[in-house]
Design a protein around this ligand. Sequence first.
Ligand code: UDP
Length: 359
Amino acid sequence: MKVTTVIGARPQFIKAAAVSKAILDTQGLEEVLIHTGQHFDQNMSDIFFSQLGIPEPKYNLDIHGGGHGQMTGRMLEALEEVFQKEQPDYVMVYGDTNSTIAGALAAKKLHIPLAHVEAGLRSFNMKMPEEINRILTDRISDLLFCPTQTAVDNLTKEGFENLPAKTLLTGDVMYDAALLFGNLAEQLAVDLPTSVGQDKFALLTLHRAENTDSEPRLREIMEAIDEIHNKVMKVVCPLHPRTRNKLKEYGIKPGFTVIDPVGYLEMVQLLKSCSLVLTDSGGLQKEAYFFEKPCVTLRDETEWVELIDHGYNALVGASKETILKTVASSINHSLDFGTQLYGDGQASQKIISAIQASS
Ligand code: UDP
């Protein structure tokens, strides 16, 4: 049986690393990897393949840049050609990027069964490009692998019970990845980046378009982070290239410790060593919980609502006052992380079994 997997962005490399490893250990299942090229820098792409042992993609489409329409359109055209050549039994897509929707559309128009990993997530904010990508991908998928019960419930509310598609609660492949590569980073004794130093620190990531594309919003967040760095604890930020460009464009100079994006093994070491996570990333919110750190989320809504319900994560938007107040209370509050919100670390295995069973 042949599964063709479409990946293209950093979080997809990490998710696919866990699943691809499980596929390699499965008899009778062949995976053909296609890298769309959406993320292409050494530290946004190549490092994940070498560090996490992801097999070399058979195809690299080298498509990046341009607007959403141009990027998605070019991917759609190129993916259709590859699928026609490969004739896979299943196409598998991850998450909510332009690579996801392009892979989904190309597969379905060719009547190839489609599996969506990380199905059912909703922010209910239709201005997010990711929300559009995930809703449309879910609607045309045949197998919907949900990381949480909330994701299953979202699909039920949208009437998926009445569709021929199959919805499955698998747990989150990011939890599989965190367990797997958290251990590997320990075994290899991966060092923290040198500029982190010995002091207590907060780990920051920031790249969502809703924050970077609004100058006043980004300015207010940056002022709050500078103040945390100067008055509360050091802030360390592996800076996403999109944010770096926007800061340059707006003439904003961060007053905290900025480093280049790091590999996943360095990232898990940063997560293990930090005292707090500040982020607008979907993945980081959960990783903060996996590595038992409080999280303050610089967004107005989240797809990972169970973290909020359990008090592990606080949504603060972009208001400086709210960010500072919430950070102060988060670091003075001890949390009990003894719940299992994202499955048992076997999501990849469940996904593979379901694909095999559906052939
Ligand atoms: N990440 C990484 N290096 C970095 C920043 C992030 O390995 O310098 C990882 C992070 O731990 C998480 C994933 O990239 O697993 C999150 O990706 P991102 O925040 O780009 O996307 P999102 O999860 O918001 O879709």
